[in-house]
Design a protein around this ligand. Structure first.
Ligand SMILES: Nc1ncnc2c1ncn2[C@@H]1O[C@H](COP(=O)(O)OP(=O)(O)OP(=O)(O)O)[C@@H](O)[C@H]1O
Ligand SMILES: [Mg+2]
Length: 112
């Protein structure tokens, strides 16, 4: 199993969610995040804000998928989240050791 974490533009939420659903990927976690990529925007402090202006809001979408589904999930997220402009986001893939479905006690692939 792999964990696929996608940091995408906020307005791409529905497109990404729908693309995942078309692949049968239903379970997901998402959260608003703030971050920075490579572009070094002007950094100044706005009022009492604790975030410099080059730290921008994004959305993180987290899915755990079977190993054999990773490439299709990456491709689907890329297509759905792409605009071609800087700031389209990034996809991080890492190993997922175990998944437990609490209601049934199932583990591994079947618990996803
Ligand atoms: N190396 C990284 N580690 C952790 N988070 C990152 C990293 N790179 C980007 N991010 C996250 O992804 C968001 C979007 O990054 P972004 O798409 O701007 O990356 P980029 O490398 O600058 O690519 P681009 O040149 O297309 O803008 C950032 O706001 C940050 O939350
Ligand atoms: Mg960038």
């Amino acid at each position: 199993m792999k964990r696929v974490e996608a940091v995408v533009r906020e307005e791409k939420l529905v497109d990404v969610k729908d693309a995942l659903e078309r692949l049968g990927v239903l379970g997901l976690t998402m959260a608003p995040v703030k971050g920075r990529g490579r572009q070094r925007g002007q950094t100044y402090w706005r009022g009492t804000s604790s975030f410099p202006s080059d730290i921008l809001p994004k959305l993180k979408i987290d899915v755990v998928v079977k190993d054999q589904d990773v490439e299709s999930v990456i491709e689907a997220i890329m297509k759905a989240a792409w605009t071609g402009d800087v700031g389209d986001g990034k996809i991080f893939v890492s190993p997922m050791q175990e998944v437990v479905r609490i209601r049934t006690g199932e583990r591994g692939d079947v618990a996803i």
